[in-house]
Design a protein around this ligand. Structure first.
Ligand code: EPU
Length: 357
């Protein structure tokens, strides 16, 4: 008689691990204090479905947490925190016109950029050193140095947080805008709080063409006498520029730019320039104008100012920082004071970029 091993039809799933009373301080780049009453690490679609089927957790609201780099925690979340830890990176397809590369949503964004370059698939170099995860990148359509995620996006997979069904969204469905997407909007048609991104596919065009229009990169070309940098050189330049003016969240808590650059009508822009000829502004194709929020805040004298344990970074007024021990409430108080003073002087309402919980 031969011995038989029974192979189950479905391999046993690992049990749902629910962590209770978890400090979120290390899980948000601002280093703000808050405690999750329940936190689940999501390593795949099945974990989401098990949370939804859970008798207690299923009914609670859900807070999806990636790298915590675009988040201001002002209190302990009521929601169950779903920490996205889906890993994996692979070349999906090599086409004559593009490489299609897929990442698990929990992969670190900067490491993903560096990995594509190492593989010989350039195209993400302008987005080097942006904190956070790949899964968070479509949410606010991350952008820097003349490029935004939407320019390199192919599609993503997500799980519906009500039905547990998997969906695939293309760029159109994501409705990308400047630091904006369908994932930032609640209400009808919006997906904020309603879905969890598990995988993102990026499209890196072939042949590669550099994106060099941004002033800081033009300066580097002039300073180094190199008008034809390769992707690796652009990557190194972007890293150096960012390290120069943006605080490293590992050293000093922050969430990158705290406000969006406001877009105003051509008429408003003419008015403002008449009053402040030095204002930094970028004309847009439709006649409207994007203003540098950092410049507006700086002009109101905020650079380097501190309010309690929160402050305005001394090299870039658009970045609010945690000098150590700040609470979310202190950050929000500071942000409101900045909004009021910019409104008082320029009549412009600044809109926060991070999600405030
Ligand atoms: N400026 C000042 N004072 C300041 C800060 C800026 O005068 O304190 C002026 C600068 O001299 C420059 C202009 O404002 O002429 C714009 O500044 P910068 O080039 O540093 O870019 P930004 O508009 O402040 C945006 C993104 C950044 C991105 C950079 C580079 C937004 C809200 N921010 O910043 O994104 O890295 O361009 O492309 O769009 C982020 O979103 O978290 C982020 C860091």
């Amino acid at each position: 008689m031969t011995s038989q091993t029974r192979i189950p039809a479905h391999p046993p799933a690992h049990p749902l691990e629910i962590e209770q009373g978890v400090s979120l301080r290390e899980l948000n780049t601002f280093g703000l204090p808050a405690v999750a009453r329940a936190l689940v690490r999501v390593r795949g679609d099945a974990d989401v479905r098990r949370v939804l089927d859970h008798p207690d957790l299923g009914r609670l609201p859900k807070l999806v947490l990636g790298g915590g780099s675009n988040l201001v925690l002002t209190r302990d979340p009521e929601a169950v925190v779903l920490r996205v830890e889906v890993t994996g990176r692979r070349l999906v397809e090599e086409r004559p016109d593009a490489w299609i590369v897929e990442f698990g949503a929990g992969e670190n964004w900067h490491e993903a950029v560096a990995w594509t370059l190492d593989q010989g698939w350039p195209g993400l170099e302008n987005l080097a050193l942006i904190p956070g995860t790949v899964g968070a990148s479509p949410v606010q359509n991350i952008g820097a140095y003349g490029l935004e995620l939407a320019d390199r996006f192919d599609s993503l997979d997500a799980v519906d947080l009500v039905t547990g069904r998997g969906v695939t969204l293309d760029a159109r469905a994501c409705a990308f805008g400047y630091r904006d997407s369908v994932f930032k909007h609640g209400g009808f048609g919006g997906l904020a709080g309603k879905s969890l991104i598990t995988r993102v596919r990026l499209r890196l065009p072939r042949p590669w063409t550099p994106v060099l229009g941004y002033l800081d990169l033009e300066r580097r070309m002039a300073d180094t006498g190199n008008p034809h940098p390769d992707a690796r050189t652009i990557f190194d330049w972007v890293c150096a520029i960012r390290r120069d003016k943006l605080p490293d969240p590992a050293q000093i808590g922050n969430a990158g730019s705290f406000f969006k650059n406001p877009v105003v009508s051509a008429e408003q822009c003419r008015d403002i320039i008449a009053r402040d000829p030095h204002i930094v502004h970028y004309p847009l194709a439709d006649g409207s104008c994007k203003l540098a929020a950092g410049w507006l805040i700086d002009a109101c004298g905020w650079k380097g100012k501190r309010v309690g344990h929160a402050g305005v970074y001394d090299k870039q007024a658009l970045v609010l920082v945690n000098h150590g021990g700040a609470t979310g409430a202190e950050v929000v108080t500071l942000a409101r004071a900045i909004q009021e003073s910019v409104y008082g002087r320029f009549g412009i309402r600044l809109e926060p970029e991070p999600v405030v919980v």
